[in-house]
Design a protein around this ligand. Structure first.
Ligand code: NAP
Length: 491
């Protein structure tokens, strides 16, 4: 029996924030405010608009189960189409009226069993408001990391990060220097090849690449998925099964890992020139860094107008990039595909929990969570895609839906008056993190490479089990692992 209505603030209107807000609204919780510092929804899909951007997770499984899109254009659809999907979902579920666009949450503090949320907006309503629950949905790949290369500011042409694409810059016929060959750099090289005059890819560390064709869906497929909705559900389940199988390769040594490795090694044979092939061959195990999925990269890199440079970058001068062998690689535009600060999570938002405890202090040695979604000392606070979420080569829409359901379960408990505040206990959080740490040596991420999955001590910060195990973990609740409290005088 519902006895009271909670107020909930969600920080971020990206994929996970929209998912959380919709879960709340669909369960009848209407006092939901979404804070979004930009002027549009979509998060990473709003910010990334570089040529060649697609999602390397198949569209039929990179969509919400509650908002299937029957007419995806491709198996791996382009970024613009995915962004249009999230914009459409925001409209379909009437979210826009609840989103405070252009409003950044700068801090939040827990006071008198409620969260006081402070924004940078000095509007009439005041910059502070109080809510019963605070949910961070600020994304993982959110803070672009520019490389610190001497002379970068002296370059005569445009320089920008891949997530801050400058669409005013003409590409046709220009010489583009691409720094970094992760998922972004590889997609960008494919997108620029044949469009730009010349593309020079600066590779610091070779990457393993799994080739995946990206066929378009026929009109017949779209019509069938629209007419027969269970086709969509079947495709979703089939892809989920594939990802769970793939996750076993990532998290446990064995046959599947060996098979994936063999596939990557065989694919490299597509590069005919032995010298180029050697330059593209990593010295670490396949999948140790996040596996790059690309059907076109090996073709693109063998083009005459695309060059691979493996010498280290020494500095940049006005005419181009100078490598440590003294060569000047002249360029008109430099694009840094150098990744993101993936350990920031909700920061720089300042979070102050029970008894004045600061999140920055708690996370001094690195981000830690309980079951990816909660933190001791921070009652009624939850995270979407929090620390150790399964963010590597998995469908994040699926992960977000499971986390949203779990968080909603707690909020429903509050609604029924079962408690006033909930937070995980310190000891449960410690033993949960011990379990994660114990599983890390089994994972491929610890087999001898550097990647954004690792913390400063070289320990992976991602989920060391399968997505199915993450789902199962969130589906069960052990009340002994939570500190549930009631106010002395009920509100
Ligand atoms: P990333 O995987 O972190 O790769 C950064 C690249 O920049 C690496 O090649 C790195 O080299 C290089 N680099 C960094 N600093 C450098 C420097 N100072 N000098 C030279 N090279 C430097 O970043 P990303 O490619 O943007 O991808 C980040 C994540 O975004 C991916 O792992 C994925 O999760 C996500 N993503 C997803 C998709 C999708 O389709 N779903 C597409 C793009 C990105 P080292 O390897 O030597 O460090």
């Amino acid at each position: 029996m519902v006895t009271r209505d909670p107020s909930v603030a969600v920080v971020g209107a990206g994929m996970s924030g929209l998912c959380m807000a919709i879960a709340l609204l669909r369960s009848g919780i209407n006092d939901v405010t979404i804070y979004e510092k930009a002027d549009e929804v979509g998060g990473t899909w709003r910010e990334n608009t570089y040529p060649g951007l697609t999602c390397d997770v198949p569209s039929r499984v990179y969509q919400y189960t509650f908002a299937p899109k029957p007419n995806w254009s491709h198996m791996f659809s382009p970024g613009g189409e995915i962004q249009a999907y999230f914009r459409g979902v925001a409209d379909q579920f009437g979210l826009r009226d609840r989103i405070r666009f252009g409003t950044e949450v700068v801090s939040a503090r827990f006071e008198d069993d409620r969260w006081v949320v402070r924004t940078d907006a000095g509007d009439e309503a005041g910059a502070e408001s109080e809510v019963d629950f605070l949910i961070s949905a600020t994304g993982v790949l959110h803070h672009p990391r520019m490389p610190s290369i001497a002379g970068l500011d002296d370059f005569a042409g445009p320089v920008f990060h891949s997530a801050r694409w400058d669409h005013s810059v003409e590409l046709a016929g220009r010489r583009i220097a691409v720094i970094g060959n992760g998922s972004t750099g590889v997609q960008l090289v494919c997108g620029l090849a044949g469009v730009a005059g010349r593309v020079v890819l600066f590779q610091r560390t070779a990457q393993w690449i799994v080739p995946m064709p990206n066929p378009p869906y026929s009109k017949f497929a779209s019509r069938s998925h629209r007419a027969v909705p269970w086709l969509d559900r079947m495709a979703y389940r089939a892809y989920s099964f594939v990802f769970d199988t793939f996750a076993v390769a990532l998290t446990k040594p064995g046959l599947r890992r060996a098979a994936m490795g063999a596939l990557c090694r065989v694919s490299l044979r597509r590069v005919r020139d032995p010298e180029l092939r050697a330059a593209l061959t990593p010295s670490y195990e396949p999948m140790c860094k996040r596996l790059v999925v690309s059907g076109g990269f090996y073709r693109a890199i063998q083009r005459d107008d695309v060059e691979l440079v493996t010498a280290g970058i020494d500095h940049v001068e006005p005419r181009g990039v100078v490598t440590d062998d003294g060569a000047l690689h002249e360029a008109d535009v430099i694009v840094a595909c150098t990744g993101f600060d993936t350990h920031a999570f909700f920061r720089p938002m300042r979070l102050t929990g029970r008894d004045g405890i600061a999140a920055d202090e708690v996370w001094r040695d690195g981000p830690r969570a309980y079951r990816t979604v909660a933190m001791p000392g921070f009652p009624n606070f939850f995270m979407m895609l929090g620390p150790h979420s399964p963010v590597g080569n998995h469908s994040l829409t699926a992960v977000a839906e499971h986390q949203a359901d779990h968080i909603l379960g707690w909020i429903q408990g509050w609604r029924r008056g079962e408690f006033d505040t909930v937070e995980p206990t310190q000891s449960a959080t410690e033993s949960y993190n011990d379990k994660l740490r114990a599983a890390m040596p089994n994972t491929v991420w610890t087999t001898g490479c550097d990647s954004w999955y690792l913390n400063k001590d070289g320990v992976p910060e991602v989920w060391p089990f399968t997505p199915a195990e993450h789902r199962a973990m969130l589906a069960e609740t052990d009340l002994r692992e939570y500190d549930l409290r009631r106010r002395v005088a009920a509100r």
